[in-house]
Ligand binder design. Structure first.
Ligand code: GLU
Length: 486
């Protein structure tokens, strides 16, 4: 089978999880069959299309590792893969359809069409039912066009014919001809509709399988009619289940920002998002949730995609991200950490700082769920003074805090051996002597040293920071408490 599949985003917004999932399934199918994955840009809606969104979409696909073989930026045998470059082609197809009697110029005003719709509704019929070819000769229509009258081009649907096809996900589908409206293919300003541009592209680019969201299922009979009208064989279709939030409602803004960019900025890993998205309507087998790209490629088939809506659950995704972070090669984790910390502190780390960070990282890798949390956990090692997180401070620096801080300074300031075990010994003795439990006695030290009550383990943190800095920070916290005892 010569597999050629495509993703056809409209650059009218950031790359959304739903579109990324469609791209991913197409990509898996192409890779499984050694086929071609094509990226075209559906930018016929010039008013809403923006370059910044196109850039975001391309960089989102690249970040996810969904490389495309043909299309935008890559090129291919079919000229431009941008619809706005192909307007003449769409117009010529529309004109040809009119010439061949398969489509017609419609001069009716919008008021007239509204009247027809209202009449249809009143008689309980679909609004489409009465908007049909009013007849008239093509010569007359041409004369009117030449004299400057405006018309749309509509397909002339044969209402006696039903449209049947086998959807790879949904099985046998059948649409009655009279339920398909005489849809517009060319607007009166000469611009193509989605139906025309998409169908022409799918034919011209020799797409074998069209896999897209189920919201487009009702467009498919129109695309089949257009494809056949162009003298081509219908493509094979697969309509992918829609994404729902955990509340059972269609995924939307209400569920938060579901752009790929937002997940990327929150510190999700592309491999984790890839793995999680591949489970949105598909599964590797009955019980494996974590798998490699190669395993997914080897097993993927549209025929195994579920008809049921898929639930997009960010908690499950976060859990999976944590699994991927912990499984990450430590050298890779270190590379990510170094760049995150350098971005955070706004300077390059020096050699000995790199060593301190490297020592701390195994402890961090066990704890974080997102790469974006790394810098916050280790920042305290690379700044002169800590910025206290006020919530941590207020929660922790209570009645026993001055005592715990003062006794820790006493115990630590003369410690010759600044090792993790020696620090631990001193601080445990302090708890004992002051009769404090670990929370009351050690949390103030954590806040004093790291600025926050969420940090890597305390004794290791003190050891990594060094004696001088650590004692200095304990004193600074005590001074702050003395100055503002409440
Ligand atoms: N530009 C359309 C969209 O983003 C493409 C739909 C299709 O795959 O045909 O929804």
């Amino acid at each position: 089978m010569n597999v050629r599949v495509r993703i056809a985003p409209s650059p009218t917004g950031l790359l959304h999880i739903g579109n990324a999932r469609s791209a991913l399934f197409n990509w898996l199918f192409a890779r499984h069959h050694g086929g071609v994955f094509i990226l075209r840009i559906d930018d016929t809606d010039q008013a809403r299309s923006e370059r910044q969104y196109e850039d975001d979409i391309l960089s989102g696909f690249s970040w996810l590792g969904l490389d495309w073989d043909e299309g935008i930026e890559v090129g291919g045998l079919h000229g431009s893969y941008r619809q706005s470059d192909r307007l003449d082609r769409y117009r010529s197809v529309a004109t040809d359809l009119v010439e061949r009697g398969l489509a017609y110029y419609d001069f009716r005003s919008s008021e007239e069409l509204d009247r027809l719709r209202t009449t249809a509704q009143k008689s309980g019929r679909a609004p489409a039912a009465l908007i049909r070819n009013p007849g008239g000769s093509l010569d007359e229509a041409r004369r009117r066009i030449d004299s400057g009258e405006k018309a749309v081009v509509r397909m002339d649907i044969d209402v006696s014919k039903s449209i049947e096809f086998v959807d790879l996900v949904r099985g046998e589908m059948r649409f009655e001809g009279d339920a398909v409206d005489d849809f517009v293919v060319l607007r009166s300003d000469g611009s193509p509709t989605y139906h025309l541009a998409s169908s022409v592209d799918d034919v011209d680019y020799e797409i074998s399988h069209v896999a897209r969201g189920e919201d487009l299922l009702s467009s498919t009979p129109k695309h089949i009619i257009l494809t056949e009208a162009m003298g081509a064989a219908p493509r094979t279709y697969a309509h992918l289940p829609l994404l729902f939030g955990p509340d059972g409602k269609k995924l939307s803004k209400r569920h938060g920002d579901n752009s790929v960019k937002a997940y990327r900025e929150q510190g999700f890993l592309p491999d984790a998002l890839f793995n999680y998205m591949s489970l949105l309507g598909w599964s590797l087998d009955a019980d494996t949730t974590i798998f490699t790209r190669d395993e997914a490629v080897a097993a993927f088939d549209f025929g195994d995609v579920s008809k049921n809506p898929a639930v997009f659950d960010t908690e499950k995704l976060s859990w999976m991200n944590g699994m991927y972070l912990r499984a990450m090669d430590p050298a890779e984790f270190e590379a990510q950490a170094v760049s995150a910390v350098e971005d955070d502190v706004g300077r390059d780390l020096e050699g000995d700082e790199r060593a301190v960070l490297a020592e701390m990282l195994p402890l961090v890798q066990e704890r974080v769920k997102f790469t974006s949390e790394i810098a916050g956990q280790v920042r305290f090692l690379f700044v002169g003074e800590v910025d206290y997180d006020e919530r941590s401070w207020n929660k922790t620096m209570k009645a026993d805090a001055p005592r715990a801080l003062a006794a820790s300074i006493d115990g630590l300031q003369d410690l010759g051996d600044w090792s993790i075990s020696a620090i631990e010994r001193v601080l445990r003795a302090m708890l004992e002597a002051e009769d404090l439990n670990a929370r009351k006695g050690l949390q103030p030290i954590r806040v004093a040293i790291t600025g926050s009550n969420v940090s890597p383990p305390l004794f290791e943190s003190l050891a990594a920071l060094g004696a001088e800095q650590s004692i200095g920070r304990l004193r600074a916290a005590l001074d702050r408490l003395d100055a503002d005892p409440d």
